[in-house]
Design a protein around this ligand. Structure first.
Ligand code: FUC
Length: 816
């Protein structure tokens, strides 16, 4: 085709321009790719005005679109809304209730009778007597609604609201959560001005820091105030800010925990035009920094949980934070946060364009293979653990550190019959060992009240724990035999002490923690009783967590003698206590000898006639064959007594049980099933469950089955929101790529077919060994190992076992 010279020139210019545009688009997209990896991002705000926290959980769906930040002590949900922003606040220790004397001194008298009845098959009578004599004599958890009983409830600290005094339209909206640096931000153009907001929760400075900026001078006008659904007052502070304070219910109609939170503004240009206890108005600023701090008068110390110095400590935090520039605060925070997050990197072959997170979720729902989503979800789980669990603080509770209500579901407590343990399954393998420490401290803090429970309730030595605990050292049974008698909780939670050692090889820690293991073992040595039929030692009365069966006397029962779960966790504890004593070079004594003998006499897992691993000592008919709990499969995961290689028959029985349980459940059930299938080396099945859990949901109604799914902001839906699913899923993903629960480290033990190529760096194996892996076409390309201490170990891949010698602190290429 011929063009007029002018046209032809124009054509060339246009072609050049197109090429240039295409090229620059490609460069920009590559830059975006880098920029947006490890970021959760959306193109819409969460609606801060839809409801407020006064209206209760069910009516606050936008909260599940907000983005979480936290420093293990302070947490916040950031809506990213434009004209009226809501930042819902939490402080980790903020609990109603108080210490409760819930143990029952009359319990021990009836214990032998209950055991006799159970051994005789009289379940109905045994259950009645248990409910009369063994359960807590207090109000227990308040049936999961304990805000106004002594058990108490983890509660919202309230809302910080920012009113920008305009309803003008906006465009180019973007909000994101940078998982590596721990910064949430939003940005948009309004009235021709680009506004940017950043917010982070700093661990080094113990403050939430908010930064409001604009690309035009004097453009920021904002009114901020604080409120809470109940029990609060506000006042102006000496720092031109606001203070909100109050006292919670101690569960007996009196004063409980005291709290205060302060917002301190630092303005660049402009002025504070009015200041009342109802709000502080800033006008015409170039930039604004808001420093949000909070403290309660709580101290984790039995029997007096009060810290009288909390206000002084708070003031010191505020003074230190406001003395720093925004750049300094941000730099200190990013360096701290990213130093943990950067330990692990994870990519799968990813040819999908950069998409907002909700679109990645939708893609995965359609294809079951959105390769960009899995690593993002994995890093998000690490992000959530780091944000809700930092050394020196309390452990992540049922909702981590994020709760928007006065009555948080199940009190936002520490459920010790799966949930709090699951929270910490990824801690070591995902290279966040320091985040495991708050759990160690919680366990240590339960020794004193748990010893009281063991003594008063059962007349036994050591310390005992049942299926729930709180910040007030609750160790008594729950309020019903059906679930509240779960006595395996102590042994189960103590597994974490051993795992922390196994991964870190920290002997100083083990020496510190040994009394925890010894005290728990001492309790079970007294607690176990000989089964008159077999002579073997069994635990009971105790349920297999929350499950029911049809008893021989025709009743529907939960408690029995020797439920498999108890037997397994107690075996696990005895084994770890004995191993720890040997590592610490402790001399054999009466206690250790008794432990050795009792371990050998414990009733062990049995296979039923249908090939399944038995959940109870007898083959009872189940009430709910697909029940959400998988407690009797503990020995495969998170335990290691059953393995595919060492105990193939038992592993087959676990598989049979899993098949029968089906692929359904609530959020944390999916998580557990992913890990179990991974331990069975069935990566495709694990991925199937992962995809089921990643299906988008907005359902907030409490479910006991037929639940699961993932909310818009990637929080786990039990439902309702429960963070154990987030943590358990990533622990399961780690098991798909690396296992170290036997005497060797296994690489890519359960890689799904569709994860053809990828790379993960920084996962931890037991023995304090950091592993990196790269694979393509489903085959390992390269692997590296870096050990903390010089050691010999065995590494396995595709059935081959390699002996390797690792130097201390140096990466070694593994040729396998
Ligand atoms: C256990 C589970 C429930 C829920 C609750 C917090 O009771 O059985 O599904 O997760 O804990």
């Amino acid at each position: 085709m011929k063009y007029h010279p002018i046209l032809s020139n124009l054509y060339r210019i246009r072609r050049g321009l197109t090429c240039y545009l295409l090229l620059s688009a490609a460069v920009a997209s590559a830059q975006n790719q880098v920029k947006k990896a490890n970021k959760i991002w959306f193109e819409q705000p969460a609606n801060a005005l839809a409801v407020d926290s006064k209206n209760g959980w069910e009516s606050d769906p936008e909260w599940l679109k907000a983005l979480p930040i936290g420093n293990g002590s302070l947490g916040a949900m950031v809506f990213g809304d434009v004209n009226r922003e809501r930042i819902q606040l939490n402080e980790m220790t903020l609990w109603s209730g108080s210490f409760d004397e819930g143990d029952n001194p009359a319990a021990s008298q009836s214990l032998p009778k209950i055991r006799e009845l159970l051994f005789q098959g009289k379940y109905k009578e045994a259950t009645e007597l248990t409910n009369q004599t063994q359960v807590t004599k207090g109000k227990g958890s308040g049936s999961g609604n304990g805000a106004n009983v002594p058990f108490g409830c983890f509660q919202t600290l309230g809302d910080l609201r920012l009113d920008f005094g305009t309803d003008a339209p906006y465009r180019d909206y973007h909000r994101e959560l940078d998982l590596i640096n721990g910064i949430a931000s939003s940005s948009f153009v309004q009235n021709g001005i680009r506004f940017t907001r950043e917010i982070f929760a700093s661990h080094p400075d113990q403050a939430i820091v908010i930064r409001l900026t604009a690309d035009k001078a004097a453009a920021i006008n904002v009114l901020f105030n604080l409120d809470r659904p109940e029990r609060f007052a506000t006042e102006i502070t000496a720092f031109h800010g606001l203070r909100m304070f109050g006292v919670l219910d101690n569960g007996r109609g009196g004063d409980g925990m005291r709290y205060e939170t302060q917002v301190t503004p630092i303005i660049d240009g402009g002025r504070i035009s009015s200041q009342t206890k109802g709000g502080v108005q800033i006008e015409g600023a170039n930039a604004v920094t808001l420093i949000v701090t909070a403290k309660t008068n709580y101290k984790q110390h039995y029997p007096d949980y009060t810290n009288a110095n909390y206000q002084k400590e708070h003031l010191a935090i505020i003074k230190s934070a406001i003395a720093k520039s925004y750049a300094t605060l941000k730099d200190r925070h990013s360096r701290d946060f990213s130093s943990f997050m950067k330990r692990v990197s994870f990519q799968l072959e990813n040819d999908t364009p950069n998409l907002p997170t909700n679109e990645l979720m939708a893609n995965n729902f359609r294809s079951g293979n959105e390769q960009a989503l899995y690593p993002l979800y994995f890093q998000y789980g690490r992000y959530l653990l780091l944000s809700s669990s930092r050394a020196g603080g309390l452990p992540a509770n049922l909702q981590g550190i994020w709760a928007n209500k006065i009555q948080t579901p199940w009190n936002g407590d520490y459920h010790t019959d799966i949930n709090v343990q699951m929270n910490y399954w990824p801690a070591e393998v995902a290279n966040l060992s320091e985040s495991h420490r708050p759990l160690m401290d919680l366990i240590a803090s339960l020794v004193a009240p748990g010893s009281k429970t063991a003594k008063i309730q059962y007349g036994m030595q050591g310390w005992a724990l049942h299926p729930i605990t709180n910040v007030w050292g609750y160790t008594s049974p729950g309020e019903s035999a059906s679930w509240g008698m779960h006595i395996g909780a102590g042994a189960w939670i103590a597994q974490h002490v051993w795992e922390h050692y196994a991964f870190t090889q920290d002997k100083v820690f083990l020496r510190w923690a040994y009394p925890i293991l010894k005290g728990s073992s001492a309790f079970y040595l007294d607690w176990l009783t000989a089964d008159p039929k077999t002579g073997l030692l069994v635990s009971g009365p105790s349920p297999s967590p929350e499950n029911s069966f049809k008893a021989p006397d025709g009743s529907t029962a939960q408690i029995s003698m020797g439920p498999s779960h108890d037997q397994q966790v107690i075996y696990n504890l005895f084994d770890h206590t004995l191993r720890s004593a040997a590592i610490l070079g402790l001399k054999e004594d009466e206690f250790l000898n008794r432990l050795q003998t009792s371990k050998a006499k414990l009733a062990r897992p049995k296979i039923g006639h249908d090939g399944r691993l038995m959940e109870w000592a007898e083959e009872f008919e189940e009430v709910e064959p697909a029940h959400r709990h998988l407690s009797h499969l503990f020995a495969l995961y998170p335990g290691n007594e059953i393995t595919v290689g060492r105990t193939p028959e038992l592993a087959k029985a676990v598989q049979q049980s899993l098949e029968k349980r089906g692929d359904d459940g609530v959020g944390w059930t999916y998580a557990w099933k992913i890990a179990l299938w991974a331990r069975l080396h069935q990566g495709n099945r694990a991925l199937k469950l992962l995809n089921k859990q990643l299906r988008p949901t907005a359902d907030m109604d409490t479910k006991y089955d037929g639940g699961g799914g993932t909310y818009y902001n990637l929080f786990d839906a039990c439902p309702p929101f429960q963070i154990d699913g987030n943590f358990g899923v990533i622990a399961g993903m780690a098991e798909m790529l690396l296992q170290s629960h036997e005497d060797f480290i296994e690489l890519l033990p359960a890689l799904p077919d569709s994860w053809k190529a990828g790379e993960i760096k920084g996962l931890m194996a037991r023995g304090a060994i950091e592993i990196d892996l790269k694979w393509a076409n489903g085959k390992l390309l390269s692997a590296g190992a870096k050990a903390k201490k010089r050691q010999k170990c065995q590494i396995k891949y595709a059935g081959r076992l390699l002996d390797v010698e690792l130097p201390a602190g140096k990466r070694v290429e593994i040729k396998i």
